[in-house]
Design a binder for this molecule. Sequence first.
Ligand SMILES: NC(=O)c1ccc[n+]([C@@H]2O[C@H](COP(=O)([O-])OP(=O)(O)OC[C@H]3O[C@@H](n4cnc5c(N)ncnc54)[C@H](O)[C@@H]3O)[C@@H](O)[C@H]2O)c1
Length: 281
Amino acid sequence: MKSFMDKFSIEGKVCVITGGAGLLGKRHAQAILTGGGIPALIDISDERLSLAKQEITASMEDATQSDIGTYAVDITDKEAVINLRDLLLRRYGHIDILINNAANNPKMEGNSRNMAAIRFHDFPLEIWNADISVGLTGAFLCSQTFGKVMEDGGGGVILNISSDYGLISPDQRVYRRDGVEEDAQIVKPISYSVVKRAIIGMTKYLATYWAKQGIRVNTLCPASLFNGQDIEFVKKISELIPMGRMSDPDEYICTVLYMISDASSYMTGSAVIVDGGRTSW
Ligand SMILES: NC(=O)c1ccc[n+]([C@@H]2O[C@H](COP(=O)([O-])OP(=O)(O)OC[C@H]3O[C@@H](n4cnc5c(N)ncnc54)[C@H](O)[C@@H]3O)[C@@H](O)[C@H]2O)c1
């Protein structure tokens, strides 16, 4: 009989992570390596991927660069996703787990083109389309392409990454700056809320669609990751969180391993919220 800890093993499983070179994507790779799986990081540039690979191996005692596959693929390009599927199947013969993680994620600490002073009435259609394209169309194409491989192979797991903003509206007060004109105040864009909410709908649709084929589909809603934001922002957002602090990006690794392994064998269609209690207020 399998011991309960053995259920966390994903030994030898090929796990595709979209947006694998980003802040959370690298942590998902750590979860996969911890469980004995083979992470396949998908991102838009070889440079980002190679840096991510170095960071992941530096952060894990046992991991070597050869344990991690990196693939520069734009997930909004159907043909590129299909080519990637063929490449992975030639290399490994199977694809077992997909983490739909990539999204245009406007941040306070980064230089994202979205985290700008663009009020809703001026929000450009081009940004709307680009955000929907990465966060939703990309997840749709990857689920369709890799989900079919899982279906043919007798099962698999898809984990969709949403956010607390898939459940609640962003409290725009945390992004405000004193002494800045109203029109120049930064806001979290509408497209982010829409993408993060819709991915929960995609989860529920696919969970029921594939339930009898052994493919489990769930959502993780992370929240408020600390990544060097300024003190004023950290203080304001922490006041909205019952636990009174932002999360450490490492605090999702164990939940991800739980959700992609047999440890969560009866879970499908669920949204797991890891938010320090923020959505409880
Ligand atoms: N950081 C947070 O505070 C936070 C909070 C809640 C939820 N999330 C969610 O977690 C996920 C990851 O967030 P993150 O903070 O790591 O973001 P990130 O911006 O650090 O990483 C996203 C990655 O996606 C890649 N990407 C963008 N377009 C792509 C495309 N067309 N094809 C392939 N890759 C593409 C980017 O290059 C980037 O490396 C997102 O879905 C985000 O909404 C993040």
